[in-house]
Write a protein that binds this ligand. Structure first.
Ligand code: DAH
Length: 344
């Protein structure tokens, strides 16, 4: 076979090569580009070729060489980088593990759970109700008169006005009504949940916040029981030195009603800028359940009496953690949230 035919044969063979794996790519490289590649033999033969053909044959062999280099690149790219190397990198078992970012509880959840724990210990169960409420459970059954300002569009988010009035609940006292309707005394329950009011958002006010409502109904429940329960709560929540005081107040659903202050958690009652030099911080509203409220829920007010209280979770959290701006609780800023690590 002449040199020309040999060149043609190798060219044909090369153009038909199929390279699909790294092994095949390596065989291709050895055959056409390796130190003992078959083109070298052609260059040897070229020396013996007739002088007048040398130029043309030489160019053909050079062309074949270039073609094999190009084909090698094409095959290499189609297979991708050398995977044996890549595998080694992907499974470097000696590499130190990356630290897993653990989440933290939301500060309001921490405080809510702590409140629940404290009342659980003295026999209060947890009850919940809907955030969208009818007029009866949010207002009427709680003795709100028809013209009460809380029924105003300016204070409450109404979903439906008129006969079938529905609104976002403005307090968790609505859950107390549902519990009273669905069970008979003795009742001892707390109702945590989100409430809504039509307020402009600022550091001190928000259109939604969280409350825990408390209710205790039995025979012979007195104001002394209420005061002792809240005293226990204050000490468990704010520490042994905490004291409470009650100030007369008014709520439609309790009679008598009171507002409760706790001794300032910062200065222990000596006076500082947090308590505005009064030594006291307001934490909740409370009172003896109005007989009209018991009767509305079909609980006999001649046999039973009870107390109720309602506290803001944000307010308690503010006193515990000194978070001055209410907006921080719903902005989901990870730098804020990460500061609250708790077992609860
Ligand atoms: N529902 C009242 C509010 O949202 C809080 C409250 C006050 C609840 C006195 C009570 C209570 O049960 O007796 O402001």
């Amino acid at each position: 076979m002449g040199l020309k035919e040999k060149i043609e044969e190798i060219k044909a063979e090369m153009s038909q090569s199929k390279v699909k794996s790294h092994e095949e790519l390596e065989s291709f490289r050895i055959k056409y580009l390796g130190s003992k590649n078959i083109l070298k033999e052609l260059y040897q033969d070229l020396k013996n070729a007739p002088n007048e053909l040398k130029k043309e044959l030489g160019q053909s062999i050079n062309g074949l060489k270039q073609e094999s280099e190009r084909a090698f690149e094409v095959f290499k790219n189609s297979i991708g980088a050398d995977s044996s190397n890549k595998d080694k990198q992907a499974f470097d078992l000696s590499r130190p593990a990356e630290e897993m970012a653990l989440g933290s509880r939301h500060p309001l959840a921490v405080v809510r759970n702590e409140i629940i724990e404290i009342f659980n210990r003295i026999g209060f169960t947890v009850s919940e109700g809907p955030e969208i409420e009818d007029d009866w459970h949010n207002f009427s059954a709680l003795n709100f008169p028809p013209e009460h300002p809380a029924r105003d569009m300016q204070d409450t988010f109404f979903i439906e006005k008129g006969e079938n009035e529905m609104a976002l609940r403005t307090h968790t006292s609505s859950v107390q009504v549902r519990v009273m309707e669905n069970s008979q005394p003795p009742i001892r329950t707390i109702s945590p949940g989100r409430v809504y009011r039509n307020e402009a958002i600022s550091a001190r006010a928000h259109c939604f916040f969280h409350q825990v409502q408390g209710l205790y109904i039995d025979k012979d429940v007195s104001f002394a029981d209420l005061k002792q329960t809240l005293n226990y709560f204050a000490i468990e929540m704010f520490g042994e030195k905490a004291k409470i005081r009650m100030r007369p107040s008014y709520f439609p659903f309790t009679e008598p009603s009171a507002e409760v202050d706790v001794s300032c958690t910062l200065c222990n009652g000596d006076g500082c800028n947090v308590c505005k030099y009064t030594g006291w911080l307001e934490i909740l509203g409370c009172g003896m359940v109005d007989p009209a409220v018991l009767d509305a829920a079909k609980i006999d007010s001649k046999v039973y009496s009870g107390f109720a209280f309602g506290m803001g979770v944000e307010r308690i959290a503010q006193l515990k953690y000194r978070v001055g701006d209410l907006r921080l609780y719903s902005e989901n800023d990870i730098r804020f949230l990460n500061q609250f690590k708790s077992a609860f």
